[in-house]
Write a protein that binds this ligand. Structure first.
Ligand code: HEC
Length: 231
């Protein structure tokens, strides 16, 4: 073998070994919104609008709970959600956004085996990331009205935000809460009120998630007391 050939082989070998370093030096850092510009969107409250979507659709046992942490993602608290896959100010570079909004090669859109997130849920998450992915804390009281409790105006929205990620037509455990008859049945004939009130002897719901705001529990109780109408 000539020296020429050996040196070519060496060069190929070195390239192969250092290949990762070379490619890494080509990837550029994605834009991260500076901390002092993470103002949030005044209409989005993480605890109220974003966290329940993750808790209901992603933090299911076997998926993204602290125990199962598929892919290293735990999606049940603010600290865990922002730990991996969220780039403040940059949804496009955020793995979590990517995974819920588009099919990447043969990887299914999340949540796998369950209905996709709705357009409004996606836009809330996108806007939350774009404005800095901040923890805006609890901000229920100013917005929740205990005197508003129609099925279509209030109850269905509570179910959609906190419950249907697990209780949908595709998932059998506990039954669906995706439409009026299901919800009415669980509330009037079932154990729903005890479950959401976290009473002893009941199954605390949302399972593994944060208890509903007092005002939301009151709204559901008032709706049931009014005969659980389809209004
Ligand atoms: C993370 C998944 C998950 C979420 C979110 C969730 N549930 Fe459940 N639910 C379950 C599972 C699993 C069961 C089956 C019983 C069990 O394992 O506790 C169940 C059971 C139930 C039952 C029947 C159990 C019984 O006591 O008879 C009701 C009613 C119920 N859930 C209501 C709700 C309501 C209302 C919400 C939203 C406020 C909710 N769930 C959110 C997973 C979930």
């Amino acid at each position: 073998m000539s020296y020429g050939k050996i040196s070519i082989l060496c060069a190929v070998f070195i390239l192969a070994v250092t290949g990762t370093t070379i490619t890494n030096s080509c990837t550029h850092q994605s834009y991260v919104l500076p901390a002092n510009m993470r103002t949030g969107d005044p209409n989005i409250c993480f605890e109220r609008d974003v966290l329940p979507i993750f808790q209901s659709n992603c933090a299911k046992s076997g998926c993204h709970t602290a125990e199962s942490h598929k892919g290293g993602y735990i999606l049940d608290t603010y600290q865990d959600v922002v730990k991996k896959g969220i780039v403040p100010g940059n949804p496009a570079a955020s793995k979590i956004w990517e995974s819920i909004s588009m099919k990447i090669f043969d990887v299914e859109v999340m949540p796998v085996g369950a209905p996709a997130l709705s357009a409004s849920e996606l836009s809330v998450i996108r806007e939350w990331i774009a404005t800095g992915a901040i923890d805006s804390g609890a901000c229920y009281t100013n917005l929740c009205d205990t005197n508003a409790f129609t099925y279509s105006g209030t109850i269905a929205n509570i179910m959609q935000l906190h419950c249907t990620g697990c209780h949908n037509s595709a998932s059998a455990a506990g039954g669906s809460l995706a439409d009026y008859n299901d919800v009415m049945n669980a509330a009037v004939n079932g154990r729903m009120i005890g479950d959401i009130s976290h009473l002893a002897g009941y199954n605390a719901m949302p399972s593994g998630g944060t208890i509903l705001e007092e005002c939301e529990i009151t709204q559901i109780k008032k709706w049931v007391a009014a005969g659980a109408p389809d209004n």
